[in-house]
Design a protein around this ligand. Structure first.
Ligand SMILES: [Zn+2]
Length: 67
């Protein structure tokens, strides 16, 4: 058992933001996640797009996933 989650697609290590944005964009109840790069690929956008979204949700403070 690893004590950190890995990307379902590429196996890369996931961080709290990666998991939070996945929950926000894909599935709030997810227990498998993509890293930001793979998520961007799935959604047809770029890593900076995802990072901007993370900043947005964090700065608005309206999302409990980024509290
Ligand atoms: Zn990945």
């Amino acid at each position: 058992m690893s004590n950190y989650k890995t990307c379902r697609e590429c196996g890369g290590e996931l961080f709290a933001d990666d998991i939070a944005i996945h929950r926000k964009l894909i599935n709030r109840g997810a227990d498998e996640f993509f890293c930001i790069d793979c998520l961007a690929d799935k959604l047809g956008c770029t890593r900076p797009d995802i990072e901007r979204l993370i900043d947005h949700y964090r700065s608005t403070g309206s999302c409990t996933l980024f509290a």
